[in-house]
Design a protein around this ligand. Structure first.
Ligand SMILES: C[S@@+](CC[C@H](N)C(=O)[O-])C[C@H]1O[C@@H](n2cnc3c(N)ncnc32)[C@H](O)[C@@H]1O
Length: 163
């Protein structure tokens, strides 16, 4: 982890997903027009911005770090994407997840562990989740993909379906 990394109060790093990994995660989610995609801890909104180029999805991102909220707002404005992407300045622990068809996540395993019960209780059956680097404790992945970027960096991507 870089020394200048910014952290939330709970110790979650503001680390952004490599663009190639974003695209691979979205490919694995297999988004369909009309679906709702959530990014819990959306950072600069890169995954949501990429998603709306793939399918006609409603994108909602939750974020608490001011630096990330500012970057997300700038990126959405730059790409004129405010019609399809909503960023909510809120702790994702407090939001209702029942409207989600798909979730794209990049969170530490500790945070994923804390979220696990909420995902279990609130997601509808069939909702898909993709995450990388860290798996969701106590969830069984449908797929575990070893993805190699053009710079020969390996990433592990996990795909889940709510049963
Ligand atoms: C590892 S970064 C991932 C950013 C982005 N999703 C990506 O893939 O590029 C995790 C993000 O989650 C945010 N975050 C952590 N805990 C949060 C919480 N409880 N509520 C909202 N956002 C949170 C952090 O501020 C940070 O931007």
């Amino acid at each position: 982890m870089k020394s200048q990394t910014i952290f939330t109060e709970s110790g979650e790093p503001y680390e952004l997903t490599h663009h190639e990994v974003v695209l691979e995660k979205l490919r694995l989610l297999n988004l369909k027009d009309g679906e709702t995609l959530l990014d819990l801890g959306c950072g600069d909104a890169r995954s949501l911005l990429a998603a709306r180029k793939i399918a006609d999805v409603t994108c909602i991102g939750y974020e608490i770090l001011p630096v990330a909220l500012k970057a997300a707002a700038e990126n959405i404005k730059k790409e004129k994407a405010s019609d399809k992407i909503q960023i909510i300045a809120s702790d994702f622990s407090d939001v209702d997840l029942s409207n989600a068809d798909a979730l794209i996540l990049y969170l530490t395993r500790n945070t994923l562990g804390q979220l696990s019960e909420k995902l279990e209780n609130e997601l509808r059956v069939g909702a898909r989740i993709v995450t990388h680097d860290f798996d969701i404790p106590a969830w069984e992945a449908d797929q575990v993909i070893e993805f190699k970027s053009k710079e020969a960096i390996w990433f592990t991507i996990y795909v889940y379906t709510k049963k």
